[in-house]
Ligand binder design. Structure first.
Ligand SMILES: [Zn+2]
Ligand SMILES: [Zn+2]
Length: 320
């Protein structure tokens, strides 16, 4: 019996990992990988890089580095974790939506007039995209600024080479934090629009949100975690984070620490004074300085945060 259950979990974990290549909501869907390849070709031609295009993109030193192998390991490890721990909780967003709607009805009664379908789609898409992006920024900001949270987020920054899978190089604790964030935000906004539109929230409404993320993913989201320096014109970089701006976020140089923490929109960094434009950083190395070498295995990436947090706590206790 146990054997069957274990087999089932392995099967589901592997299926989930593989489904990322054919799920249009996932960044590493083959279509987005292909569009990223086209953009990489454009950069290759524009910057007149020596050697073949193949060698430039599929550089062994990047894709098969020790750092990359840890990325792949964490990607698979986290897929299993999602099946075991997180999948059952997605339904919570529907509860949150339901209770948000109920509370609004109790507090304000039925709305005098409700939004029509078109307005619902437009406003829901804009609101969810902006609020979601802002919540990603705030959580990312806290992951950098709160010492205990930074210990977990360091794993993402301990990568010394970047490839599209580095996106999934996150500590399981950060994965849980991110999931709670997205469940809460999705639930609250959906509940609010359920109320404002008198229950016109249905599958059609998600179309707008999907179109927006489709455009984002198609236009090189994968290049954020890569060595391809795709920059946007200066004015656009005040509004949208370019792939190179995210690479600056991974820079080993202390002057780039805690900069460009936005996901899609750059306006939050602009507002918080943490925005760095591509033109101000020409050469960058990835990592977290001297500490990087302590994160050279899958196990050390999983275990170091707990070890370091224990040290922080005992140090604080000794001080008081
Ligand atoms: Zn970060
Ligand atoms: Zn990153």
């Amino acid at each position: 019996m146990y054997f069957n259950e274990v087999f089932e979990i392995i099967n589901e974990g592997v299926s989930l990992a593989l489904s990322y290549f054919i799920d249009t909501e996932k960044r590493i869907h083959i279509l987005y990988l292909f569009s990223s390849l086209l953009l990489a070709f454009f950069i290759y031609k524009k910057t007149k890089i020596k050697g073949s295009f193949w060698k430039y993109v599929f550089n062994k030193r990047i894709w098969l580095s020790k750092s990359a192998l840890i990325d792949y390991g964490l990607f698979i490890f986290n897929s299993f974790l999602k099946i075991l721990l997180l999948a059952p909780y997605v339904v919570f967003s529907l509860y949150i939506a339901f209770y948000t709607n109920e509370m609004l009805l109790q507090g304000f009664g039925f709305p005098q007039s409700s939004l029509n379908v078109t307005l619902t789609i437009i406003l829901y898409t804009i609101t969810l995209t902006i609020i979601n992006d802002f919540s990603v920024f705030i959580v990312h900001y806290l992951l950098h600024k709160v010492p205990i949270l930074w210990e977990f987020h360091k794993i993402h920054h301990s990568a010394t080479t970047l490839n599209p899978f580095t996106q999934y190089r996150i500590h399981p604790i950060e994965l849980i934090i991110n999931n709670i964030r997205s469940i809460v935000v999705f639930g609250l906004i959906t509940g609010l629009f359920d109320y404002l539109s008198a229950h016109q929230i249905n599958k059609l409404v998600f179309l707008g949100v999907n179109v927006f993320s489709f455009i984002f993913l198609l236009f090189g989201a994968n290049l954020r975690h890569s060595h391809v320096k795709l920059r946007y014109p200066k004015i656009i970089e005040y509004l949208l984070i370019s792939p190179y701006q995210h690479q600056i976020h991974h820079s080993d140089n202390p002057k780039h620490f805690n900069k460009n923490m936005g996901s899609k929109l750059a306006i939050w960094d602009w507002m918080f004074g943490t925005l760095v434009l591509s033109k101000s950083a020409s050469k960058i190395k990835f990592g977290i300085g001297k500490e990087t070498r302590k994160y050279n295995s899958l196990l050390s990436n999983l275990w170091n945060p707990f070890k370091n947090i224990l040290q922080i706590i005992t140090r604080n206790k000794q001080r008081t």
